[in-house]
Design a protein around this ligand. Structure first.
Ligand code: NZQ
Ligand code: ZN
Length: 405
């Protein structure tokens, strides 16, 4: 690691809490069997519903039948779009938008995890544009605010992304090897149904990916300016510990209702906009991960488990006080056990990495089959922008990837 932080630009830490406007209109209906209220909720919306889902898990675990019963009870006309893949691709968005236009769809109901929800958000947005509109360019490359979309609703089956209560989504352009985030005021789900029992059937690997993702969301907000005492940092630390506590239970007992409940709500609140209020929020681990997924189609949470600790290791020397706080408040490490603040700060990061490993997440690129020779091209394509902590160059990103081999 020596010398690797030399490229980073040090940024002054004394900045006040950011001014903000907070808006989140998504209605959350939470609890076992809450989907029994879906028909009633749908009654407020139009006749034709596009039902979107993934590769078929909802047909194996009974969620499809439960949702169809509600759609039937509400007397809806249902058009289906199945096969939304993880790391959803732009062709799937286009397919869904074409279906909406063809069937004059009034409402999009997403049943699944982050991939299904994200894809559905952009289906809803693209459906409102002219057929020849270059939506990839406008919504993703230029990141224009999507201000018009069909209304969408969610039945969540996986705790991870927080997409169920935010206005953003991530779509991959496989041809250009770009995985990009877009957003829009019109993309907030109208409602999201969160039944923790729906997550019981998540494969262990996805459970772990989801945990790494939600913790990463908290860290993206925590490791940014301001570093002065603020409520957001305290909330993040509490949520971080609560998620770990419940994750430790859920990985051993997948049907523990309390643990699943806390994880489901924990994932939602980690990225519904509340946690980072007043903070700048850097989100660079996500940019660095998205580029890996755009080249090698790896699971988002797995990519984060690999790169996020390495990114923190790369930058901690310029923000020792913040990393000392992470080590002590989150991991309970004691200053007296380390010879310097820097050693304590580093120990906190190493504990994070060991925690991901203990869950069964990958912590090296080699484990997910990404070879060293691909890294320069991946680093070149990674999105970057000036952040509150550091301004990354391609070389910095490449260094982080190399340290994760
Ligand atoms: O496709 P099916 O058959 O449904 O299986 C899915 C999929 O294979 C399975 N699964 C989900 N719920 C299940 C289940 N299997 C059994 N039982 C259940 N109850 O899990 C697999 C992964 O699903 P996916 O939706 O891809 O996972 P996740 O929720 O982690 O979403 C990942 C996507 O969200 C984006 C990521 O980049 C990635 O594309 N993100 C979206 C964000 C947002 N909108 O705010 C923020 C995140 O940082 C993230 O970038
Ligand atoms: Zn994420």
């Amino acid at each position: 690691m020596q010398g690797m932080t030399g490229l980073l630009v040090y940024i002054k830490k004394e900045v006040p809490m950011d001014a903000f406007t907070f808006y989140n209109p998504t209605k959350i209906v939470f609890g076992k069997d809450c989907v029994n209220q879906l028909g009633q909720e749908l009654a407020r919306y139009g006749q034709t519903v596009l039902l979107t889902y993934g590769g078929g898990s909802i047909k194996k675990n009974g969620i499809y039948e439960a949702v169809m019963a509600q759609l039937k009870a509400a007397g809806k006309t249902v058009v289906e779009l199945s096969g939304i893949m993880s790391n959803p691709r732009m062709e799937k968005v286009q397919e869904g938008a074409d279906l909406c236009r063809k069937h004059k769809v009034d409402f999009v109901l997403a049943v699944g995890g982050g991939s299904v929800i994200d894809c559905s958000k952009f289906i809803a947005g693209v459906a409102k544009t002219a057929p020849d509109y270059d939506w990839w360019e406008h919504m993703f490359m230029k990141r224009e605010n999507v201000t018009d979309a069909l209304p969408i609703g969610v039945v969540l089956t996986m705790s991870a992304t927080g997409s169920e209560m935010n206005n953003r989504g991530v779509v991959t352009n496989w041809e250009f090897q770009k995985k990009m985030g877009g957003f829009g005021d019109a993309l907030f789900p109208q409602f999201s149904f969160l039944d923790p029992t729906y997550t019981y059937t998540m494969p262990q690997e996805q459970l772990v990916n989801g945990i790494c993702d939600m913790l990463s969301h908290l860290m993206e907000q925590y490791f940014s300016l301001p570093e002065t005492n603020n409520l957001s940092d305290a909330l993040i630390e509490a949520a971080f510990k609560n998620i770990m506590e419940n994750a430790n239970i859920a990985v051993k007992n997948p049907t523990d209702y309390e643990a699943r409940s806390n994880l489901m709500w924990g994932a939602t609140i980690a990225l519904n906009g509340i946690m980072g209020l007043g903070k700048k929020q850097d989100w660079m681990a996500h940019q660095i991960e998205h580029s890996l997924s755009a080249f090698h189609d790896i699971a988002h949470g797995a990519g984060l488990a690999i790169v996020h600790p390495m990114l923190l290791r790369y930058i901690y020397k310029n923000h020792v006080a913040r990393f000392v706080r992470f080590a002590t408040h989150v991991w309970g490490l004691q200053r007296s056990d380390y010879e310097s603040d820097e050693a304590l700060a580093l120990a906190g990061i190493e504990t994070l990495r060991a925690y991901f490993k203990s869950l069964g997440a990958p912590t090296t690129l080699t484990e997910v089959g990404i070879p060293a020779e691909d890294l320069p091209a991946i680093a070149e394509k990674s999105n970057r922008y000036p952040t509150s902590y550091t301004n990354f160059t391609t070389e910095d990103i490449l260094n982080i990837y190399k340290s994760a081999l």
